[in-house]
Design a binder for this molecule. Sequence first.
Ligand SMILES: N[C@@H](CCC[C@H](N)C(=O)O)C(=O)O
Length: 279
Amino acid sequence: MKRSFVKMQGCGNDYIYFDCLEEELPQPEKWSRKLSDRHFGIGGDGIVLICPSETADAKMRMFNADGSEGKMCGNAIRCVGKYLYESGAVPKKDMWIETLSGIKRLILTTSGSQVLSVTVDMGSPILGASEIPTLFNLDTVLDHPLKVNGQEYRVTCVSMGNPHCVVFLNEVESLPIVTIGPQFENHSMFPERINTEFIHVIRRNELRMRVWERGSGETWACGTGACAAVVAAVLNGYCDEGADVTVHLNGGDLIIRDVGETVWMTGAAVKVFEGTVEL
Ligand SMILES: N[C@@H](CCC[C@H](N)C(=O)O)C(=O)O
């Protein structure tokens, strides 16, 4: 069976998008593993299904490159908004998308029929250690020591609908992320594995971030991760609540504002190419 797809990216976090508004895509876990392969597939950090919703304008399902389903994806949800608006399926600049971590509001900035950027209400951060989930016997995991492969790091853990471990370091460019990323991801304190953000505070309200994503490895950006990093930075005194914080990712910048009861994320959404694939 031939299926059309659209390849889109947000700050270089690239997914293969399938329009499932009228036709389902069976076995998404299997196709995410196969199609995400950068040598033998289309290449991407995973796949995203754009599905009908009974409670919102549409529903997003996202699968990591290893086939596991993520509950939320900040970069993908902006691309879903772009696709729905530009295809005419949802001709609204203020739309609602259902995800496994709740319904999110998107506000689109457009120029004519093109979407330039999307602002998303990412919801309240969850700080409860067991809710994230982590196995720390604490209420919150705030600047707490964690031994990873014999080395001690100080970590702050936040859920943005999916679990994140934020580590502040003096620099991140020389970080051997391919080695230490999986050690964090599969650490025994994280029963559902974890996404890890390595952060260098450049100055107040400006962060450099590299990320190791659960299920996809090092990606060029992570929207939920950038939100978790800013929440952690506010809690640790590096950024101001209510301020626009610039997060520099490998593939571009996101602007994140933590206003306490919710976190706003603004960034670009870009179409790379369209195609068809035999499934
Ligand atoms: N790239 C994403 C997050 C994708 C899901 C994550 N790997 C997980 O399994 O929780 C983003 O932009 O937020």
